[in-house]
Write a protein that binds this ligand. Structure first.
Ligand SMILES: Nc1ncnc2c1ncn2[C@@H]1O[C@H](COP(=O)(O)OP(=O)(O)O)[C@@H](O)[C@H]1O
Ligand SMILES: O=C(O)C1=C[C@@H](OP(=O)(O)O)[C@@H](O)[C@H](O)C1
Ligand SMILES: [Mg+2]
Length: 191
């Protein structure tokens, strides 16, 4: 049941940016939180996509143009978002799985009124969530589990270093994870 938390209308409220390894639920949980708190929601991947030529997907762009081109697009989309949305009251932004490894994007986030909340889940659960629909192209088809574990270990360190809050959502479904995050936000901002 959505309720108006009043957060959006309060002054000096940050952008709540959700980070986390692929499939931790940044996009899904972010959307639920925004609906429950009646806050605007954006997904950085969607903002990037809006700026790509027609018929390109994020994954196709990443694969064909390479990491640096993807990072440039991501930084431009983030800068635009922050220019328009920063200082406008609380809003929710789901980051991409690699945003916090992008130095330009990280600078933009750190230089704005943004709080970074990291959704943290265990490697086994994420791996099983990812391969449910087959092995995705970002994993090594010869040893998908090993390649995911490597990605998890390096990314996790960056996330722990860059996050303002680490949210342990272990074993929670999307709704429970969203409720957990809402409790944290409400306790922090007293509503
Ligand atoms: N807490 C959760 N428990 C179970 N499945 C989840 C959870 N969070 C997300 N999912 C599922 O995992 C997939 C990826 O979620 P998504 O929100 O796109 O993750 P991200 O944006 O972090 O990559 C979706 O199918 C989503 O329904
Ligand atoms: O982990 C990654 O390297 C990426 C994750 C994606 O976001 P999600 O984590 O929301 O899927 C997207 O930003 C891009 O494909 C790169
Ligand atoms: Mg996402």
């Amino acid at each position: 049941m959505p309720f108006d938390s009043g957060f959006e209308k309060m002054d000096n409220m940050p952008v709540i940016a959700l980070g986390g390894i692929k499939h931790t639920g940044k996009s899904t949980v972010g959307k639920i939180v925004s609906q429950r708190l009646a806050l605007p929601f954006h997904d950085l991947d969607d903002l990037i996509l809006k700026d790509l030529p027609p018929r390109w997907s994020i994954r196709k762009w990443y694969r064909e143009k390479g990491e640096q081109e993807f990072r440039n697009k991501e930084s431009v989309a983030l800068a635009q978002y922050l220019k328009e949305e920063d200082q406008k009251g609380m809003r929710i932004l789901a980051l991409g799985g690699a945003t916090l490894e992008n130095p330009q994007a990280l600078n933009l986030l750190k230089g704005s009124d943004t709080e970074i909340y990291i959704l943290d889940e265990e490697v086994e659960i994420l791996y099983h969530r990812i391969i449910k629909r087959g092995i995705p192209p970002f994993l090594d088809p010869l040893n998908p589990e090993e390649s995911f574990r490597k990605m998890y270990t390096t990314r996790k360190q960056t996330l722990l270093n860059q996050g303002d809050y680490i949210i342990n959502i272990h074993g929670m479904d999307q709704t429970n994870a969203a409720e957990h995050l809402i409790r944290l936000i409400r306790s922090k901002y007293g509503r």
